[in-house]
Design a protein around this ligand. Structure first.
Ligand code: NAP
Length: 364
């Protein structure tokens, strides 16, 4: 049976360590978990069974394995050290017999986005970023429709536009919207991206900014930074806007959920997986649903595509289109909206629309 492995790691240290080691999660504080994660070996998490292609009936299996490092640790430690730990985790995938390895969350962000890891391992590797882009864009477009925001008249913003996922999201959004704001920390890189996109999409007005306040000009926001702290707060958002948070750890402050019932915040990247799937591990999603980056590894395995797929910081739109076709064929789909890990109902969306209208009227 064809098989894959997927590397996860603790993102919210106490909560995520508790999922596998309830005792350690209870007795250690966040600082201690960050510290000990440096010395902990890779951890076998679970076997994944029941994934079945809708097109071919092919069934595959997989494994979750964990790199113990937290995002904070991955950013603090020397890059070589972090690579070594991820490669060590990848060796566990090889021993299990996996034919392809997916890199979850920060294991795909660090350094050259999988290239060093792919070179070191004997099995192919993918970051899952191509399908993450596909699902994020689908979610933004669906949410825009729900909120009655016509794309062709919309101003969109991409936060983290200089990043691997951000760049290609910006490129693919520029085709559809009237105005695009590229938000990032490095003005030179933003200008270079703007130049490239403005030439390719003369019908879209493109601006750059290093100020988070500028997202208040956008009705549609896709945020995908590698910040370890929450960087988008209630005062940054205009009433009626949609914000899709693809980043893990998340970019949007939990205060937005409390203070702004006139904006629609959706979690980027949840996908329905075909077949009687059992992950044998609770990573915080409802049954039979996975992150888009996991879903890319699953789609490649269902298709028998055992090759390095998305590697490096330059993702091409063609890769996004191709992986979407592969995933569609086997029955992987964008799942319903979730916000701060809870499902979003039609009634909630109607409430957001109504609150946005009344806030706008009150402002006038
Ligand atoms: N939901 C999913 O299924 C899924 C899948 C894959 C990845 N992800 C998440 O997606 C995020 C981005 O991944 P990536 O591979 O695109 O990373 P990346 O290539 O490293 O890009 C991240 C970008 O974030 C920017 N950034 C970092 N800290 C910031 C801050 N404090 N304020 C503003 N911008 C900041 C960086 O700016 P500079 O370039 O100026 O340094 C960089 O351009 C990560 O959180 C990752 O975990 C999610």
């Amino acid at each position: 049976m064809d098989s894959f492995a997927f590397i996860i790691h603790p993102i919210s240290p106490k909560r995520d360590v508790s999922r596998k080691f309830p005792f350690l999660g209870r007795v250690l504080n966040e600082k201690q978990i960050n510290f000990f994660s440096t010395f902990f070996p890779p951890v076998y998490i679970s076997e994944i069974e029941g994934i079945r292609s809708e097109a071919t009936g092919k069934t595959i299996k997989g494994w979750f394995i964990a790199c113990p490092l937290t995002p904070a640790r991955m950013l603090e430690l020397p890059e070589k050290w972090v690579y070594r730990k991820i490669i060590q985790t990848g060796r566990m995938a090889e021993k299990l017999g996996a034919q392809v390895l997916g890199l979850g969350a920060f294991t795909s962000v660090i350094g050259d986005a999988g290239a060093t890891i792919a070179n070191a391992l004997d099995i192919p590797v993918t970051t899952g970023d191509s399908y993450t882009v596909s699902i994020a864009l689908q979610a933004v477009k669906d949410a825009a429709q729900e909120m009655n925001i016509p794309l062709e008249n919309a101003t969109a913003a991409v936060v983290g536009a200089n990043g691997a996922i951000g760049q290609v999201c910006a490129e693919m959004l520029a085709e559809s919207v009237q105005e695009l704001i590229l938000i990032g920390r490095r003005p030179d890189a933003l200008d270079a991206l703007k130049g490239r996109l403005q030439t390719a999409f003369p019908g879209c007005r493109i601006r750059t900014s290093t100020e988070m306040n500028d997202i208040r000009h956008a009705q549609l926001i896709l945020t995908v930074t590698s910040a370890i702290d929450q960087i988008i707060h209630p005062e940054h958002l205009q009433p009626g806007s949609v914000i899709c948070d693809v980043a893990r750890p998340r970019d949007v402050s939990t205060r937005v959920a409390e203070a702004r019932d006139d904006v629609l915040v959706i979690d980027g990247g949840m996908v329905d997986i075909p077949g009687p799937v059992d992950f044998h591990f609770d990573f915080g999603f409802p049954p039979k649903k996975a992150y888009a980056c996991m879903a890319e590894t699953i789609a490649l395995t269902l298709d028998g595509r055992f090759e390095d797929y998305t590697i490096g910081k330059q993702i091409r739109p063609q890769q996004v289109v191709e992986i979407t076709k592969i995933a569609d064929k086997h029955g992987l789909r964008l799942s319903g909206f979730r916000s701060f890990e809870k499902p979003v109902s039609e009634a909630q969306i109607a409430h957001v629309r109504a609150r946005a209208t009344s806030t706008r009227q009150a402002k006038r």
